[in-house]
Design a protein around this ligand. Structure first.
Ligand code: SF4
Length: 375
């Protein structure tokens, strides 16, 4: 069992160098499948005895991607394309791209032609989730993914393996939710950057390995006395809030992140796959139908704003920071709705632009500093 500092350091290293994690699994003779964000059915890869690994872009100079994507494509897809074209993802047996927005739609075609050495598996999620046909449709999409994964492994995933995988993923969700709760009593140790590291690192580990590390972190935190944090507390919403330079601005201004609705973080972990309701594929489809409060999923009444208000109330946050991924249409469409709910409930909000290629944070620093004085 490693101590608290060492465990956090392991996860920090994984986020800094995901390539090392890929090489680690390849050296073990494992096959690894890249998962474009978000809601890629990692369980199908895991149950097929392969390692799912998240592809969340990163800071890289955009050169080759410019031949494939317009300048107004979001930075995550720009950098994923660049990293694919430059060979940084070599070793992956395939990538899965969930078609959840127009940019993803372009990515499926661009990847197929730009990076032919890594096969691409698309999956389209149903948006009319009220129709019973949505479950049958999604099961058929999962079956298509499995057929393509079979061409890599040479054998078909079985029901028992999928049931075990679903249990592993639900257990991981529970540990991540517990971490988010316990972290709020230790905001001296779990700074915004550390919180983000624990959340994001899950994409670079086999899930039961990550569960074991985070469980140790939670147990070590619980042994410590609660820290009386006197600064300002906020909730983050959006696709991602990174890199570390940006997160450290919150710490500089004596602000803590006490909850989030980020696609890269708690949106992944807040909805379990039901334990009953049919075979594994059906239960995964039912999980999709239970996901909520996300810009990538159609929902009547747009409940995200009320969900953010509740997150503020439950965690004692003074306001919400919208981390607006540059050129992300789905998030931009949602923003006026949830901001109206926050306004009505009396919670202040701030929008900052997230661009992975950004190297200067002075404007954001000023905005966050000003916001800290408002809440
Ligand atoms: S949802 Fe937003 S961040 Fe994700 S691929 Fe689409 S435009 Fe990019």
């Amino acid at each position: 069992m490693a101590d608290l500092k060492s465990n956090i350091a392991f996860l920090q290293e994984a986020c800094k160098n995901p390539r090392a994690r890929l090489d680690y699994y390849l050296k073990q003779g494992k096959k690894v499948v890249g998962c474009f964000p978000v809601y890629t059915p990692e369980e199908l890869i895991h149950a097929s005895d392969m390692i799912p690994m998240g592809l969340w872009g990163g800071q890289t100079q955009l050169k080759l991607a410019k031949s494939y994507l317009p300048p107004f494509a979001c930075p995550i897809m720009q950098s994923n394309m660049e990293l694919g074209l430059s060979g940084a993802y070599q070793g992956l047996s395939a990538v899965i791209i969930p078609v959840l927005c127009d940019t993803f739609r372009c990515m499926t075609q661009n990847w197929r032609f730009g990076v032919p050495s890594i096969p691409m598996i698309p999956i389209v999620y149903p948006q009319n989730r009220k129709s019973p046909a949505s479950v049958d449709y999604l099961i058929s999409e999962y079956e298509n993914v499995l057929t393509m994964l079979t061409t890599i492994t040479g054998k078909m995933m079985n029901e028992k393996a999928l049931a075990e995988t679903i249990a592993i993923y639900n257990e991981h969700n529970a540990v991540m939710r517990e971490f988010a709760k316990v972290a709020n009593d230790h905001l001296d140790i779990v700074t915004p950057q550390v919180r983000h590291t624990v959340m994001k690192s899950a994409f670079f580990y086999e899930k039961s390995e990550h569960t074991a590390i985070v469980r140790e972190i939670v147990e070590e935190l619980k042994k410590l006395p609660a820290y009386p944090f006197t600064g300002k507390k906020v909730i983050l919403t959006g696709i991602t809030c990174e890199p570390d330079e940006l997160l450290n601005i919150f710490t500089e201004n004596h602000m803590a992140v006490v909850g989030d609705d980020l696609a890269q973080e708690m949106r992944q972990y807040r909805t379990d796959t039901p334990e009953k309701g049919g075979g594994g594929l059906k239960r995964l489809a039912l999980q999709w139908n239970s996901r909520h409060g996300c810009s990538l999923i159609y929902e009547e009444g747009k409940p995200r704003g009320k969900m953010l208000v509740n997150l503020c109330k439950e965690n004692g946050a003074g306001g919400v920071v919208t981390c607006m991924m540059k050129f992300c249409d789905p998030e931009e469409y949602d923003q006026p709705y949830f901001e109206a709910d926050l306004r009505e409930a009396g919670y202040p909000y701030l929008t900052i632009e997230i661009d992975q290629q950004n190297t200067s944070y002075e404007q954001i620093r000023t905005r966050i500093q000003t916001f800290s004085e408002m809440i």
